[in-house]
Design a binder for this molecule. Structure first.
Ligand code: FES
Length: 103
């Protein structure tokens, strides 16, 4: 699926993400600045924070643990903030646009 990240510096990265991959893995693979993924997707670091700008379908709600971890993001969480290691590429999300919150 095609996913676009709007970076804090105004640049953007658009990439093809294989189905089943997490959007943290995809961002790291494509060197999206500001998405680190320190914990490898274990919901323990909050360095994979993104804000959903535009989604073709509503994303599943964050789990309780994700909700708690969103309190520890470096940039303040916004209403549509997510931890991108918890979002998997599924066909319905083709065209998803994420924003990487700035410092
Ligand atoms: Fe650590 Fe997502 S990669 S919480």
């Amino acid at each position: 699926i095609t996913v676009t990240w709007l970076c804090a510096d105004g640049a953007s990265v658009t990439a093809e993400v294989p189905l089943g991959h997490s959007l943290m893995e995809a961002a790291v693979a494509h060197n999206v600045p500001g998405v680190i993924g320190d914990c490898g997707g274990a919901l323990a670091c909050a360095t994979c924070h993104v804000v959903v700008e535009s989604a073709p379908i509503p994303l599943p709600m964050p789990s309780a643990t994700e909700g708690e971890m969103l309190e520890f993001t470096e940039a303040p969480a916004e209403p549509s903030s997510r931890l991108s290691c918890q979002i998997k590429a599924v066909p319905e999300l083709n065209g998803l646009i994420l924003r990487v919150p700035g410092p």
